[in-house]
Design a protein around this ligand. Sequence first.
Ligand code: GLU
Length: 310
Amino acid sequence: MSAPTVPPQHPRGAGRYAPSPSGDLHLGNLRTAILAWALARRSDRAFHLRLEDLDRVQEGSAQRQLEDLVAIGLDWDGDVVRQSARGASHAEAIDHLVDRGLVYECYCTRREILEAPSAPHAPPGAYPGTCRDLTEPERAAGRQRMHELRREPALRLRAGTTTWRVHDLWAGEVTGTVDDLVLRRGDGVVAYNLAVVVDDAAAGVDQVTRADDLLSSAPRQAHLAHLLGLPEPGYAHVPLAVNAAGARLAKRDGAVTLRDRLERGESAADVVGHIGDSLGLPGCRRAADVLERWEPGSLSSQPWLVRLAD
Ligand code: GLU
């Protein structure tokens, strides 16, 4: 099988926003979306929208998210991509790795992975390599066990390294851990890490803007792109929005989605105003105001503490 092909690139690359349609977008999500859009437009890149709908989809959420993004003034190039429609490309990428001996079956349960002694210096949760070098009889026993559990083995990448370096617009050069990540889960669903790499490359994305809880995943994703012969993107990880307790903002934190705010009598322009305030840009009413006035270098590396009068 040949390597996945790289499509003709937009002459100046592309940025993207890639929400998971698992509920309405909250202020933190909307801020990340605006910044992704502003960074792409500023640098004369294309801007794409991809719905990461491989799992945890909430009925109707994708449509609502798109409406909300339009309401705050975003636009995008080309059709919205649904990740669930990209199965053939995901399978092709896995086949390509299989052909090169870079994939193995994993029979571990989540609990076994957590309880296994981890390799020295590996961060908690990194895969300890239990199934990496099993003998054929051990694999047969693993498959039998999966069969009894009515599960498929997961497929893991045989990573070629334990660290990889990426470049982040704000964090600079970041070297992070690479482990044998899951490519296809035991329930048959393609793993996020594989899908994101394949789909970004297929869309010519060279600027990955998203929340900074994914910064630690960037090195393993860039390494996977490298193994697939795909260009490694640059990254721009935006600090998360948090509640008063410092925890990641969530729907239960009150009126934090655009729709909640509209119900409270605010307008979409007011919501863009809150986002502008968080960036030190008072008086923004539309995403275009942020595009015009925001200096990326001025972004605080601290989380955005969201405090709104109800
Ligand atoms: N779909 C992920 C999310 O909504 C973002 C993944 C990415 O941007 O790489 O958190």
